[in-house]
Write a protein that binds this ligand. Structure first.
Ligand code: XMP
Length: 519
């Protein structure tokens, strides 16, 4: 069920790769929207959500196939504006009595130019300099309009590229206005929400206020526990829940001995001393490092850490009487992925662990106050809640921590060297003003010693690899093109300042074929 009560725009998802971009565009316009897979949109749900406008997304199917997805018939009787995009356009035409065909000359992929036929309110500001560039990606096209529709724009392979039934405020476009390659797409969305009468009341301050009420209502007087990792998501979730229920929230920060230099002190210090949260600092370094002793296989490392994490968390949670809820920093993209209906079986490259198995095991209910947000919105909410900027902008850090940046066997000596080298490297990146340009940067300590000469004496110490990548979502990545000066200066500093390292290399592998972490 929707948790908040803004004016709502409903996006019915037919499985397009870019549906989430529609949501982004709308939220940039301060319009609150929800994406729902088409199968879940029933007449009852439409009544419950009472959207002020509806968008049909694109999708991979062909409406010429009788089993392909359809919109619920009731949506056309809501009396609100509807915008159909790509497959959404075709399904609208088909359901309202038009015709869609596939075959020779009906496909268009990539850039196309749309020419205006007649002016339309939805396209105010378009066609100022002639035909508009748009992004097409369709195999079928509409060959006959549904009754009541008129054509407003055409492209070479989509005679009905832009159509509308102005009286009913139904609009249908063959292209994708949400993508970057439709440069004026944003204007189209602006016009759509304007004609639908949205006030644009989606702000972070309003969200914060409402979520505080929602959390209070959900939780009542019960106690909530939260696994605080120091990452942005769990930190923002904890800060928000704390604002709602104060001391009824207890955070558990599990220190597995695989954290970066001073990390535990910084995280615990900030939340406990500056934000007044109740934080248990679970000092379990011996347990984790003991069980990892002699283990070099990456997947075994992850499994051990994942299992111990759950055990440890449970141990501390059991000490909190009356705990009935578990807080998690689940984000909107996680929710969407988990209801995806188009995904096929995929290979497990790495078993990323999280606290997902905990609630069932412990009989806890979930509090997920970030479920409606995208990552950048979570950051904005963090700022709104007063978390320091350097905390909000931090690079992602994996749950297994330094264990997977220490290929081969983990020893306390290697971890200590790694921590110090990593601190110098990050300090260099910050000093050169590069931190925010980089998705993730870290040092990996390599399982080899190399010979060097320092102060006329022979050295025989570890080699390390520097890694820095750019990425949008961590799924693909490219190495960061540091200057040779930067690399040289950093290598010198690491070798001078970190005892135990006498050779520094830079990893220039992209992902794929590499992964971001070394293990
Ligand atoms: P890879 O190395 O798979 O990393 O390219 C993609 C992103 O995921 C992070 N990562 C992990 N995060 N548990 C986590 O919580 C893990 O086991 C794990 N392995 C990788 C990695 O840091 C990067 O941001």
């Amino acid at each position: 069920m929707s948790q908040i009560s803004h004016e709502l725009l409903l996006i019915i998802d037919f499985g397009s790769q870019v549906t989430q971009l529609i949501a982004r565009r709308l939220r940039e316009l301060n319009v609150y929207c929800e994406i729902r897979p088409y199968q879940t949109v029933t007449a009852d749900l439409l009544k419950e959500l009472a959207p002020k406008a509806v968008i049909f997304s694109g999708g991979p199917e062909s409406v010429t196939n009788p089993d392909s997805p359809r919109a619920p018939a009731e949506v056309f009787d809501l009396g609100v504006p509807i915008l159909g995009i790509c497959y959404g356009q075709q399904v609208m035409m088909h359901q309202l009595g038009g015709e869609v065909i596939s075959g020779h000359g009906t496909a268009e992929f990539g850039r196309a130019k749309v020419t205006e036929v007649e002016p339309l309110e939805l396209l105010e500001g378009w066609f100022q300099d002639g035909p508009e560039q748009v992004w097409m990606s369709h195999g079928d096209h509409v060959s006959r309009l549904a009754p009541g529709f008129t054509v407003y724009g055409t492209s070479p392979n989509a005679p009905f590229a832009i159509t509308a039934d102005v009286e009913r405020r139904f609009f249908a476009v063959q292209f994708h206005p949400e993508v970057h390659h439709t440069p004026n797409g944003k204007v189209l969305y602006e016009n759509f929400v304007k004609l639908a009468g949205f006030k644009g009341d989606w702000t972070m301050a309003a969200y914060r206020e409402e979520m505080v009420n929602v959390i209070r209502e959900q939780v009542g007087d019960a106690k909530v526990i939260c696994a605080l990792s120091g990452g942005v998501d769990s930190s923002v979730a904890a800060a928000l829940i704390h604002e709602a229920i104060g001391e009824n929230l207890t955070c558990v920060f599990v220190d597995h001995g695989l954290l970066r230099l001073n990390e535990a002190e910084e995280v615990v210090g900030m939340f406990r001393d500056h934000m007044n949260l109740s934080v248990i600092h679970a000092q379990e370094q011996e347990l984790f490092l003991g069980e990892l002793d002699g283990v070099s296989d990456p997947e075994t490392k992850r499994k051990i850490i994942g299992r111990l994490f759950i055990d440890v968390f449970q141990k501390y949670a059991d000490q909190i009487e009356g705990a009935r809820f578990l807080a998690q920093g689940t984000l909107y993209p996680d929710v969407i992925e988990s209801v995806s209906f188009s995904g096929g079986p995929s290979h497990t490259i790495k078993s990323h662990h999280n606290v997902g198995g905990l609630p069932e095991k412990m009989g806890l209910k979930l509090v997920e106050p970030l479920r409606e947000l995208f990552k950048d919105e979570v950051r904005e909410l963090g700022r709104e809640l007063g978390l320091p900027e350097h905390f909000i902008g931090r690079h992602p850090f994996p749950g297994p921590g330094l264990a997977i940046r220490c290929p081969g066997e983990i020893t306390r000596e290697k971890l200590e060297i790694l921590r110090r080298a990593d601190a110098v490297y990050i300090d260099q990146i910050r000093k050169h003003g590069l931190y925010d340009e980089i998705w993730q940067a870290f040092v990996a300590i390599l399982p080899v010693r190399t010979v060097g000469v320092m102060g006329d004496a022979r050295s025989y110490d570890f080699a390390c690899a520097l890694r820095a990548v750019t990425s949008v979502d961590g799924m693909t990545a490219d190495y960061y093109p540091f200057s040779h000066d930067f690399l040289g200066e950093t290598a010198t500093r690491i070798i001078n300042e970190v005892k135990g390292i006498n050779r520094v290399t830079y990893d220039i592998t992209s992902k794929p074929p590499g992964t971001i972490e070394w293990e």
